[in-house]
Design a binder for this molecule. Structure first.
Ligand SMILES: Nc1ncnc2c1ncn2[C@@H]1O[C@H](COP(=O)(O)OP(=O)(O)O)[C@@H](O)[C@H]1O
Ligand SMILES: [Mg+2]
Length: 563
């Protein structure tokens, strides 16, 4: 059963940020982020990586490293071992001369192995087709140079460029491929839907989400489904969620995504959510943490809710339960209502008998661990959600956690939906800085430049910490019953702001905190309390000081066993 939800204004008196309310018919929304200019020499570096002039391969059979070279390594190792043994025997006076000569023998041996290995690797590389051969051989040369302690400046720069483009987070290469290759490809090859493919059943929510519906995908034989209350198991397989955005007056700018800017109006918000969901669906490591996205279409006829020109986004119907439903008591008393789902029926029942407090603590820990994992994956692509809250967190029947509702999200790896001056936020869960990057940060350039600058921009502004603040509030609400009601949360937010977002100070000073029950956070030497204190706090002047999703997962709250 889906919970009823109450509306909440997005306006807040805090700070000089402009708050947008995109009155899309689907929901009240907020907006976006920032981008840095690409380093001036980025293109040069990129070109040099592919410079084939570094080729210098010998053709021929693959040679194995020579025995003498391997022997010399052995010899060097034994010298090192011997000198170490000697050092141990004389305990206080190791012989520096023998250690240094052993080290230089070892370096010589590495050189000699590299010299023998190099032709072998070269021969393998020579089997590759041009121009890949040239690129790979250059990189091999660079790696060998580095490994044998004879790096060249150009080689080092090239390796750094490769590291930056491929492995820095968010990866510029992945972002550019997603935007310029995968996106057009999936538009060409992805499933094509129309209004005839779906039957709408119910609205989800009680009016505030009037434009999100539950529906069924039409059967393969095209026979429409009768409107029955109960669904057959076969129909449950075809259950979907449909989100409608009307084409508003703003319309959709031509090539709006390619402009590297933020959405203006409902229709563009729909385009952004479509792009982000398609992007995440293409990454196997990220996909399991989001609702399965099926695609979008524009209605071409009038059929009930399918008004002409309306834009529809479609997901698999994942579950009847959001974390908001669970916290609101719609699934039974919290947190035990989630016990069977996230801990398993048997463990949950056993703990209910032996140690219900531990059961509650484990439920919260399991949900938070999965939420941070999901956020870690999302952030690795450069996506900042900006609307992390219990209503946007699904708890599946298998006990999984999925994040939904990317209408307010922005993609820092391409600058899509980012503007440094605008914040979209739900004041109940928003971090005090209200925007994800410093307001002085430049606006987003075109996606290619944004992608090149993304790792630098990310490290500079740490936009992901906006989401981890919200996750901290979610954790507090799960663990402290007095903070779950709207009134409780409002009082808490006000008092926390008065304490300059210092949670420890709030706990000591506020009257409300004296009535709160912190038992679940104080277990294990206060590990849970320590974690929320590292999340629910202001960013410092270096845009840091709050834990990231990965940092939270390394906190002792998760790593120490709960005894
Ligand atoms: N894939 C899904 N499976 C099940 N329920 C969903 C799914 N997507 C959305 N919902 C339900 O619909 C509600 C509204 O969806 P959401 O994407 O958050 O739209 P809105 O922009 O209106 O907040 C959610 O709170 C959740 O209850
Ligand atoms: Mg929502």
């Amino acid at each position: 059963m889906l919970a009823s939800r109450s509306s909440i204004g997005l306006q807040t008196p805090r700070g000089p940020v402009f708050h947008f309310t995109h009155k899309t018919t689907t929901t009240k929304r907020r907006t976006l982020v920032a981008l840095a200019a690409a380093p001036a020499d980025a293109d040069d570096v990129f070109e040099n990586v592919f410079d084939p002039s570094y080729l210098g391969l010998t053709q021929g059979p693959i040679a194995a490293p020579s025995v003498p070279a391997l022997e010399s390594i052995d010899a060097a190792s034994s010298v090192v071992t011997a000198s170490a043994a000697g050092a141990a025997s004389t305990a206080s006076s190791p012989d520096p001369a023998s250690i240094s000569s052993a080290a230089s023998t070892l370096v010589d041996s590495v050189d000699s192995v590299a010299a023998d290995l190099f032709p072998a690797v070269s021969n393998v590389v020579s089997l590759l087709p041009e121009p890949i051969q040239g690129v790979v051989s250059t990189i091999v040369n660079d790696v060998v140079g580095l490994a044998t302690l004879h790096p060249t400046i150009e080689g080092g720069l090239r390796l750094f460029a490769i590291y930056y483009l491929l492995f820095a987070r968010p990866s510029p290469l992945v972002a550019a491929l997603d935007f310029y290759v995968l996106r057009p490809l999936s538009k060409l090859t992805g499933a094509k839907f129309s209004e005839n493919d779906f039957t709408i059943r119910d609205r989800l929510g009680n009016g505030n989400y009037g434009q999100v519906y539950e529906g069924l995908r039409t059967q393969k034989n095209g026979v429409p489904d009768l409107k029955t209350r109960e669904l057959t198991p076969e129909q449950k397989q075809r259950r979907v969620v449909l989100k409608k955005t009307n084409l508003d007056r703003e319309g959709i700018r031509r090539n709006f995504l390619g402009a590297g800017t933020m959405a203006r109006g409902a229709a563009e918000t729909g385009v952004v959510e479509d792009y982000l969901c398609s992007r995440m669906a293409a990454h196997p490591l990220v996909k399991p943490y989001m609702a399965e996205y099926l695609g979008s279409f524009i209605a071409e006829t009038f059929q009930g809710n399918f008004t002409l020109g309306s834009q529809w986004l479609v997901w698999k119907f994942e579950t009847d339960s959001t974390l908001g439903d669970a916290l609101g008591g719609m699934l039974g008393a919290f947190p035990e209502s989630l016990g069977p789902l996230v801990l398993g029926q048997r463990k949950s029942e056993a703990l209910a008998e032996s140690d219900p407090v531990k059961r509650d603590a484990l439920v919260i820990k399991a949900v938070m661990a999965k939420l941070f994992k999901a956020m870690e994956k999302m952030h690795s692509l450069g996506i900042v959600h900006r609307d992390i809250k219990p209503d946007n967190i699904l708890i599946t029947q298998q006990g999984g956690v999925k994040i939904i509702d990317f209408g307010a999200a922005c993609d820092m790896s391409t600058g899509i939906n980012f503007n440094p001056l605008y914040g979209m936020l739900d004041p109940r869960y928003s971090a005090p800085e209200e925007v994800i990057m410093p307001k002085t940060f430049p606006s987003a350039p075109v996606p290619l430049l944004a992608a090149l600058a993304a790792p630098i921009a990310w490290q500079y502004g740490r936009p992901d910490l906006f989401d981890t603040y919200s996750a901290g509030i979610v954790m507090l609400q799960m663990a402290v019953p007095q903070l779950r009601s709207q009134q409780g949360q409002r009082g808490f937010n006000q008092a926390l702001a008065q304490c300059d977002y210092d949670l420890a100070r709030w706990r000591n000073a506020s009257v409300m905190a004296q009535r709160c029950d912190f038992e679940l956070l104080d277990r294990q030497g206060g590990a849970g309390w320590d974690l929320v204190c590292r999340l629910v706090r202001e960013k410092n002047q270096y845009n840091r000081g709050r834990l990231s999703a990965s940092g939270a997962l390394r906190h002792r709250y998760f790593t120490l066993p709960d005894l």
